[in-house]
Design a protein around this ligand. Structure first.
Ligand code: UD1
Length: 377
């Protein structure tokens, strides 16, 4: 029987929960051999390893260990190291996920070697070219042969960019596969108890976009608003390493401490999901969290001027409130009063996205699942 060699590239925190269900589905096809490549873009225990353990991801077959650097350094270093690996493995397909530098670097190398590329989470657009991720998204989509989209707006964006219909596959949201699979396990996390939040309502906050944390005035304005919010409700704030570093160098940590904001180390997947699931309000600039709160039915305020995930606003519980502290606070108070959008879960965010993606690929490569009858859905 023909065998198909697939390389799956991951590198940064939001990639891991998207790759986990895909790898599992690929594993159901005996003729498919997958190699998991970690670029090493994220390398701290709590930014990377903990996700592998919690999500039952296999150890990466290869770690390119690129580490941090400027965008050019990081992207170029991944390309150099990944190209050597691709030459060695000679895969039939390279799968990249999301919109981080590792995504673009993987797609570029594969496309230039004439290897088909599948992009998971294709078609999202914030239309904000100052976001590094927006550049990664547009370029990765332009290079990809299989564009797996989570929502109709993404299909539209791709069509508008002239991408041929035959390359677009609306398969749903793969991150939701992981959320639904692990929600019960996350429920058992002792994190609320550990933080003394049991029985109390609280707001959950994350912030890491360069546009929010790299400029002192912008960050100081937001921190002032969070300190204000903390007078009304306990605020829990797991800080990304970039943010923690900025809080220190800009001297803003004291203000958070004085207001009683609970600044934590980055959390693992299960603790994070648990805290979101029980929060009265989530405030974030993350992409994935906008989607997760929509599925959990928790009000979400996105502290950005745009979102590449408009379906979370149109159908879900998300509101894009910008960076103006007053506007953010007013929206937070409304949401805490129960006046935020109620929302529903978008279609195909049903836990089966990875299966649909792998079925498309299997069909293309002409391979069959181990037990196709049992899998029919
Ligand atoms: C990256 C992604 C972003 C994603 C985010 C999730 C790009 C362009 N950006 O941003 O889309 O939302 O991951 O976290 O790919 N650092 C550590 N330990 C780590 C990793 C990073 O301390 O394990 C620190 C380093 O100082 C590094 C900085 O964080 O310079 C930024 O890391 P980087 O991977 O460049 O970008 P993120 O801000 O994490």
């Amino acid at each position: 029987m023909k065998s198909v060699e697939v390389v799956v590239v991951v590198g940064a925190r939001p990639n891991f929960m998207k790759a986990a269900p895909l790898l599992r589905e690929l594993g159901a096809y005996p003729a498919v051999h997958s190699t998991l490549v970690h670029t090493g873009q994220h390398y701290d225990e709590e930014m990377s390893r903990v996700f592998f353990q919690e999500l039952n991801l296999p150890e990466p077959d290869v770690d390119l260990e690129v580490g941090s650097g400027s965008h050019a350094e990081q992207t170029a270093e991944i390309m150099l190291r990944f190209e050597r690996l691709v030459d060695e493995i000679d895969p039939d397909l390279v799968v990249v996920v999301g919109d981080v530098n590792s995504t673009l670097a993987g797609a570029l190398v594969a496309a230039k070697r004439g290897i088909p590329v599948a992009h998971v989470e294709a078609g999202l657009r914030s239309f904000d070219p100052s976001m590094p991720e927006e550049i990664n998204r547009r370029l990765t989509d332009a290079l990809s042969d299989f564009l797996f989209t989570p929502s109709a707006d993404a299909d539209e964006n791709l069509r508008r960019e002239g991408i041929d219909e035959s390359r677009i596959f609306r398969t749903g949201n793969v991150m939701v596969d992981t959320l639904l699979e692990f929600r019960e396990r996350a429920e058992k996390s002792p994190i609320r108890e550990k933080l003394g939040l049991d029985g109390e309502g609280y707001a959950f906050l994350t912030l890491h976009r360069p546009s929010n944390v790299d400029d002192r005035r912008t960050l100081a304005g937001l921190i002032g608003a969070f300190a204000e919010l903390a007078r009304e409700i306990p605020v829990v704030f797991p800080a990304h390493p970039r943010t923690a570093e900025r809080l220190r160098t800009f001297g803003l940590q004291d203000e958070l401490d004085a207001a009683g904001v609970r600044v934590l180390e980055p959390l693992g997947y299960l603790d994070c999901l648990h805290l979101m699931d029980h929060a009265r309000l989530v405030v974030t600039d993350s992409g994935g969290i906008q989607e997760e709160t929509t599925v959990l039915g928790v009000p979400c305020l996105t502290v950005r001027e745009s979102t590449e995930r408009p379906v979370t606003v149109e159908e879900g519980t998300n509101q894009v409130v910008g960076r103006d502290p007053e506007r953010m606070l007013a929206a937070a108070r409304r949401a805490l009063d129960g006046k935020g959008p109620q929302g529903r879960v978008p279609s195909l965010w049903d836990g089966k996205a990875a299966r649909r993606m792998v079925e498309v690929l299997a069909d293309h490569f002409g391979v069959e699942a181990r037990d196709p009858d049992a899998r029919g859905s």
